[in-house]
Write a protein that binds this ligand. Sequence first.
Ligand SMILES: CC(C)(COP(=O)(O)OP(=O)(O)OC[C@H]1O[C@@H](n2cnc3c(N)ncnc32)[C@H](O)[C@@H]1OP(=O)(O)O)[C@@H](O)C(=O)NCCC(=O)NCCS
Length: 191
Amino acid sequence: MDVHGDVQHLVLETSRLLLRRYKQEDAEFIFQVVSQRKIAETTIMIPHPYPRQTVDWWINYVDGNFDEGKAYELGLFRKDSPNNYVGNCGLISVSKEHNNGELGFFIHPEYWNTGLATEACQALIDFGFMNLGLERIHGRCMSKNIGSKRVMEKSGLVVEGLARNEVLKWGKYEDVCHLGIIRSEWLNSKS
Ligand SMILES: CC(C)(COP(=O)(O)OP(=O)(O)OC[C@H]1O[C@@H](n2cnc3c(N)ncnc32)[C@H](O)[C@@H]1OP(=O)(O)O)[C@@H](O)C(=O)NCCC(=O)NCCS
């Protein structure tokens, strides 16, 4: 993974992806992805239906958090087709007090199971430990979200526990799997 620019103008580069900060012009492309039921049904936070104007609000929210160092969410674009938005990956919250961050991600269904989420997560994890100096990165997914759990495990996170009935999604309580990686494990994986 290569890091270009300072944090304010951050671009991460992996073998197939450019991960960059959002612009208002991305709104329509983001909407095409987040408005899909397939994206909402396994995520804890994304509603369905997804109002179009919420995307505009979300871009501002992500941008403000980025500037304040509270979160680092990036848009994913294919290097061979840079206008092609393929999803989102980021440290969706960063605690300066505890020096940790939470990972979050989604990928356009057209590209599922081609390794893009794992490639993006690995880049964000490297960025979190290397550039932000974090001690811990964690993530969570509904236990039925096998793909998301697998992405996090392939990225080096280990299962730390299962929180039963942690979220109420569409009228049903769901168990949530918690995963994490600490700095020493990340360093070992690099040696
Ligand atoms: C979860 C998600 C991000 C995965 O993205 P992706 O780009 O397809 O992920 P990858 O290709 O890097 O890896 C997916 C892995 O899960 C596996 N997988 C996916 N669905 C599976 C299933 N139902 N059973 C078993 N394995 C499954 C794939 O085989 C692959 O593992 P492998 O490389 O060992 O074969 C994508 O499905 C998505 O955006 N889902 C909706 C949003 C979401 O749930 N986000 C996560 C919220 S916590």
